[in-house]
Each structure stands twice: as structure tokens, then as C-alpha cells.
Design a protein around this ligand. Structure first.
Ligand code: MTE
Ligand code: CO
Length: 425
């Protein structure tokens, strides 16, 4: 395994190696001029081997894998971030993806105690506490309820957390890659709670995981009955072990930590439990020493995924800028783009599905003459909320925070096409 796959000491180093491996020189190697394609290209007149010989048969890959030429498109760690890989995170390669769906094998992973290896035949989901009938379900039992398919983003509250004190990691994979968006198949949690029968005093639920962390969080009943799912499939196939196989809680638009994986129990209560994950963690320490707590909703956010440090500019002339935007409050109404650090803004084009609490894909086509650029995207959601600048956020929250950094990202494009993570004030 190359050290790239094992992780890197910093995003900066990773991205420079990416340029070199991709054969893109750093020193002024930007291709000049041609409109979209060359007229006389020898690659079309030479017959290649793959055009001459039989390819692999249908028994070669029972479970399909990406082309070997895409081997660089993988989840990556930032080694120095955590002491062990079991309580750690790797990041979605946002710079290499398109559309709104994250492929299952590329969804970032965040575990507090590694990936639990759960045997679905032995696994159970228990509903207990303030219910008329405590119940224990097998995974097959849950598949007998009416099920629904819904597309949602999941963002870790700590996404962009390393950037609170200034630009740090050089790549949107590392600055923004704790987000993924898949289609879940599952049972509305309301159906399952109704089956158990809620007592009138019921106000909160506490989902709990079957991993060694036994992760648990307090979720208000209102949310549980509104749009939460107990999911068993992602993008049509069984949940991946990393994403909570065989069962995970889906808490649309709310911080990833509440989406308990390897879901084994839901206790119903009349008060929050004040668990570790909602007291010492996943709270925001303000400048005056007070903490913001129960900051569940993920505010509107966006990032330009290409160009970006791992996806530098390689052509002058026509270029496509693309990125993703999302909001825990609903849909993305619009995304504006600036190439000059905020002096001029133009609307981007949102293409594809526009669904509440899902990623939105935007594009902005532009002409580049080789001048340095300061690129930013700014999302506005369907509630009218406008994505703030990082300085606006700091003015309200101070500098102690790790979580909920949805500030506007700036990429500096140099005249050689290289892209760097910077901040402007
Ligand atoms: N559930 C359990 N049981 N154990 C965990 O460590 N991590 C949480 C949440 N659910 C976690 C968990 C955190 S902090 C996040 S951000 C999401 O799962 C990450 O989901 P993913 O690994 O599918 O990206
Ligand atoms: Co998280």
C-alpha cells in the first residue's frame, strides 16, 4: 500500500503528490488556448490494444470495481488528526465526484470505536422505556414494515472544524469531506414507535449503537416522529459495515453524530440523557465560557469542489467550476459564485435533483485567461438563510469552536493553475 492510501500528514502534501502523479507540472504547465478539442488528434487515428483484443469476461468481477485509472479516487485520512484509526475519520474525495449521490465505497467514515462487525442474524433492535409494549425486532421483522426511499446528506458536526483558526488543510476532501449523500431505504421511525405505543409522558428518544463505543444521543420525540428512518439499505444495496450494517438511524438535516450506526436500542424517555456526546462533545464553547448545546441542525453550506487544491486548473479558455451545497433546513435556493474574492457575484446553475436536506450540485462555466483568482461559493437555502463568511461566524461564536463551521471557503488560483486554501478578510 502506498502511503497515500494509508493517509498523509497534511492535506498540503497530499495534494502536491496528486499533481505530480497525475502528470500535471506545478510550474506554469497550464495548457493554452484551444477551444474545447483539438482538430487533428493522433489518438483517434492509432488503433489501441483495447480496440484489438478481447476484454475480460463476465466472471472477472462479481462485484464491480472502478477503473484502475481511478485508483486515486479514495477516502483519505489526515494522520496527525487522531491518535488511532479506530477513533478517527477519513474523508470523502469530493474533488473527484459529480452529481449529488456519493458512491457507497467513497462515503467518509467516522467511528468512535472502529467498525463493528455485526452478524445480522444475531442483531436485534429493542424499543424500551416509556412505551406501552417494549419490543425486540430482528432485522427481518423490520423489513415487513412499509418502507420508504429518501435521499439525504449526512454531515459530521466537525466538518471544516480544523479551519476555525485559519486556512489549514489543502484540499476540499480534507476541509469539507465529512459529508456524504446517499439514498436510504428504511422504515419511518414513527411506524416502529407506534407499534410499541408511546406513553403520553414520552418526550425524547435515545438511540444506542452496538459498537464498542455504544454511541448514544438524545433526540427530541418531535424529530423522531417527523422524518427519521431506521435504514437498512444505502443506494439500493445493504448498508456498508462502515455505515452501520445492518441498521442505522437517519436523522435528516441534523448533525451526523446523531445518526447512530449499528442501531441496537431506542429508549423512550421524558428528558434528555445528557450523554457524553452532547455534553463534553458536540457542544460549542463560546468566548464568554458558555456552551451552545443541542445544536442539531446543520446550517446551509457550500464548497467549490473543482477547481480545488486536488483538482487544479489545467486549461486556459473554457472552464467548468462545480461544487456542492446543502442545508439542514430544506432545499438550496441559490448558489452565487465570485472569482475575485467577493467583489462581483454571479448565480451558479443548480443541475439535477433539488431535494430537501440533500446535496445540490452546482456549475458555473467561465473563461480563464491565466490571471490569479479568488474563488468562493455562497449558498442561500429555502428558509432564506445566507451562508456566512468565516469572519462573520467567528464574530458570533469566537475561536474555541470545533463544530458547525459553515463559513464561506476561499480557493486561490495562481497563474500556473495551482489552487490553494486561503482566507481573505
Ligand atoms: N454511531 C455509532 N454507533 N458509533 C459511532 O462512532 N459516529 C457518529 C455517527 N454514528 C458513530 C455513530 C458520527 S460522529 C458521525 S459524523 C456519523 O456516524 C458518521 O457516519 P458515517 O461513518 O456513515 O460517515
Ligand atoms: Co461526527
Amino acid at each position: 500500500m502506498s502511503d497515500k492510501r494509508q493517509g498523509t500528514n497534511s492535506g498540503q502534501r497530499a495534494s502536491r503528490r496528486d499533481f505530480l502523479k497525475a502528470g500535471i507540472g506545478l510550474g506554469g504547465a497550464v495548457a493554452a488556448g484551444k477551444a474545447f478539442a483539438a482538430e487533428a488528434d493522433p489518438a483517434i487515428t492509432e488503433v489501441q490494444d483495447w480496440n484489438r483484443y478481447l476484454g475480460a469476461g463476465t466472471d472477472a468481477t462479481p462485484y464491480g470495481m472502478p477503473s484502475e485509472h481511478e485508483a486515486e479516487v479514495v477516502r483519505r485520512n489526515v494522520r496527525w488528526l487522531t491518535a488511532s484509526t479506530e477513533s478517527s475519520v477519513n474523508f470523502t474525495p469530493l474533488h473527484a465526484l459529480d452529481g449529488i449521490i456519493t458512491p457507497n465505497g467513497l462515503c467518509f467514515e467516522r467511528h468512535h470505536a472502529g467498525v463493528a462487525e455485526v452478524d445480522p442474524a444475531q442483531h436485534r433492535l429493542m424499543i424500551n422505556g416509556l412505551v406501552e409494549r417494549p419490543l425486540v425486532f430482528t432485522v427481518d421483522d423490520l423489513k415487513r414494515f412499509p418502507r420508504e426511499n429518501r435521499i439525504y446528506f449526512l454531515e459530521c458536526a466537525a466538518n471544516s472544524g480544523m479551519e476555525w483558526r485559519g486556512a489549514q488543510l489543502n484540499g476540499c476532501q480534507f476541509t469539507h469531506g465529512m459529508v456524504h449523500c446517499v439514498q436510504y431505504t428504511g422504515v419511518p421511525l414513527k411506524r416502529i414507535l407506534d407499534e410499541a405505543g408511546l406513553k403520553t409522558s414520552a418526550k425524547w428518544i435515545m438511540p444506542e449503537g452496538a459498537d464498542a463505543a455504544g454511541m448514544n444521543r438524545s433526540v427530541p420525540l418531535e424529530k423522531a416522529l417527523d422524518d427519521c428512518l431506521v435504514a437498512f439499505k444505502m443506494n439500493g444495496e445493504a448498508l456498508r459495515p462502515e455505515q452501520g450494517y445492518p441498521l442505522r438511524l437517519v436523522v435528516p438535516g441534523w448533525e451526523g453524530n446523531m445518526w447512530v450506526k449499528w442501531l441496537r436500542r431506542i429508549e423512550v424517555g421524558d428528558m434528555p440523557w445528557h450523554t457524553r456526546e452532547e455534553t463534553s462533545k458536540y457542544t460549542d464553547l463560546m468566548d464568554d465560557g458558555r456552551s451552545r448545546r443541542f445544536t442539531w441542525v446543520m446550517d446551509a453550506k457550500s464548497v467549490i469542489t473543482s477547481p480545488s487544491p486536488q483538482a487544479p486548473m489545467i486549461h486556459k479558455g473554457h472552464n467548468v467550476l462545480t461544487g456542492v451545497a446543502w442545508s439542514g433546513r430544506g432545499m438550496i435556493q441559490k448558489v452565487d459564485i465570485t472569482l475575485d474574492g467577493g467583489k462581483n457575484w454571479q448565480p451558479a446553475r443548480i443541475d439535477g435533483l433539488s431535494l430537501p436536506r440533500a446535496l445540490h450540485r452546482f456549475y458555473y462555466e467561465f473563461t480563464w485567461n491565466g490571471e490569479p483568482l479568488l474563488m468562493q461559493s455562497r449558498a442561500v437555502d429555502s428558509s432564506g438563510y445566507v451562508q456566512p463568511t468565516k469572519d462573520e461566524l467567528r464574530a458570533v461564536r469566537g475561536l474555541n469552536s470545533i463544530y458547525h463551521n459553515n463559513g464561506i471557503q476561499t480557493w486561490h488560483v495562481t497563474n500556473s493553475g495551482e489552487v490553494e486554501n486561503v482566507e481573505i478578510s
